[in-house]
Design a protein around this ligand. Structure first.
Ligand code: BG6
Length: 477
């Protein structure tokens, strides 16, 4: 038994990391547009106003805005069944609260979806991927303002109605659980508290952060209901950054610590979005952190009525937790932890753990019993273009192959898995560092960390490999 016949193989991207054209076609600035480039060791700076001469990677990114035909053709050549992309909210509502949508922005996505249709590629659309309209950050400190619910729902209504016959799969918010961590304040919730200048070191006010997250939950639930009323065939999912964690030792204290961490950072958001209510453990957590969520009388009903159809998540790595302060730490996509002696790590310190994906798929299916999708997975690495122009990314093939094997085992365990869209199927800007050097793609983009480069596209070795994986429905690895 292998992957189902109509398994959705594809790749994943996000508007702010690959579209560019940040000011074209009437687009307004988003929170991502105010984020300067950084590196593995230099954190990205958040500038409250655009700085003259500073480098902002999202402004041009890899210029999908002008090259979408060429890129989609390459995805089609690999045999993509689906393509995960996001719509930039600020192309549709440049300020977030505009009275009318921006027609030029809508037309851009008309063209993109038409191009995908030409090759029978099913779009999988993230409605909000780390880029809220910057004007809403200025006006109401992002999602702290309850009015964002209405702005977001209006945005959803506009795109649902416009694309109801061409898009079936939607994700309401990318990695919504980033909001359970201080780093997610700006990126995920659009919060910019006074004194914040660095993406990695934000002035964090947990009360505001969790209130803002509550507003996203309500917005997501309303969006699910609305979507189903516009087209009952829509499949609308949540998207969680899944941070697989193990206890570092069999010390029961490590086990309990891991459980607490799982509950707040992994389970809380999924529980609200799949089960339609806050889980039992949230009460104690909120009171221990002096957090009081202000709810309107209808909120509980709204959450119950807006449960998602499927659960999607990103999976890159795993880490450990322990009570023991002396143990070495590791880096990570969202939540760093303790180094696992059994695992190797990427050049950016993310620990590679294919078996953790099988464990995670089983854990999630057991908890939620709704279809799952792995909508991000991959290896950020430095790729070298050889003198003959070839790019031998065997390490990437090895990483993806091992993860697909484990996904297959999870399917054999009985997990219902709909699809797999590895991250950054074409090289794009790194979210955490703003670099181009950290590449994930099957397609190489000639662009450097400082913004120089021809933007030419080139197939890597993994391109043909992935084509063969898709053609054989995951049998020929
Ligand atoms: C996920 C995000 O957390 O990880 C993506 O949804 C991001 O936007 C991806 O790009 C990989 O992280 P990074 O920092 O290597 O780009």
């Amino acid at each position: 038994m292998g992957f189902c016949k109509n398994f959705l193989w594809g790749g994943a991207t996000a508007a702010n990391q690959f579209e560019g054209g940040w000011k074209e076609g009437g687009k307004g600035p988003s929170t991502s547009d105010m984020l300067m480039g950084g590196t593995h060791t230099v954190p990205r700076r958040i500038t409250p106003e655009m700085e003259e001469g500073a480098y902002y990677p999202s402004h041009e990114a890899i210029d999908f805005y002008h090259r979408y035909k060429e890129d989609i053709k390459l995805f089609a050549e690999m045999g993509f069944k689906t393509f995960r992309m996001s719509i930039a909210w600020t192309r549709i509502f440049p300020n977030g609260d505009d009275k009318e949508p921006n027609e030029e922005g809508l037309v851009f996505y008309d063209h993109v979806f038409a191009e995908l249709k030409k090759y029978n590629i099913e779009p999988l659309v993230t409605i909000s991927h780390y880029e809220m309209p910057y004007q809403l950050t200025k006006k109401c400190n992002g999602w702290v303002g309850r009015e964002c619910i209405d702005h977001y729902v209006r945005y959803c209504e506009t795109i649902y109605k416009r694309y109801k016959d061409v898009v079936k799969y939607w994700l309401t918010f990318n990695e919504i659980n980033a909001g359970t961590m201080p780093f997610g304040g700006y990126m995920s919730l659009g919060i910019l508290n006074e004194g914040t200048t660095s993406f990695l070191d934000q002035v964090d006010i947990p009360q505001l952060r969790f209130q803002a997250l509550h507003h996203q939950f309500v917005a997501s639930a309303k969006a699910v209901q609305l979507g189903h009323s516009i087209n009952p065939d829509f499949k609308i999912g949540c998207m969680i950054a899944y941070m697989t964690t193990y206890p570092y030792s069999c010390n029961p204290k490590d086990m309990l610590k891991m459980q607490k961490q799982d509950q707040i950072h992994n389970d809380l958001c999924g529980d609200v979005q799949v089960k339609g209510e806050y889980p039992y453990f949230s009460k104690k957590y909120f009171s221990s952190q002096n957090i009081e969520i202000k709810m309107e009388p209808e909120d509980e009903e709204v959450l119950k009525a807006g449960k998602v159809d499927f659960y999607s998540f990103s999976y890159y790595m795993s880490s450990c937790v322990t009570e023991d302060e002396s143990v070495t730490k590791t880096e990570g996509n969202i939540l760093a932890g303790v180094k696992n002696p059994y695992l190797k790590a990427s050049d950016w310190g993310w620990q590679i753990d294919p078996e953790g994906l099988r464990y995670t798929l089983n854990r999630l299916y057991d908890r939620y019993q709704i279809p799952l999708m792995v909508v991000e997975n991959g290896l950020g690495a430095v790729d070298e273009v050889k003198a003959d122009g070839s790019i031998d990314d065997g390490y990437r093939i090895e990483y993806l192959k091992a993860h697909i094997q484990q996904m297959k085992l999870a399917v054999e365990d009985g997990v219902e898995l709909w699809g797999y869209t590895p991250w950054g199927c074409i090289d794009l800007v790194s979210a955490s560092t703003g670099e181009m050097k950290k590449r994930y793609g099957f397609i190489y983009v000639d662009k450097n960390n400082d913004g120089t480069g021809t933007l030419d596209r080139k197939k890597k070795k993994s391109f043909d490999w992935y084509r063969q994986v898709i053609a054989s429905n995951g049998e020929d690895l």
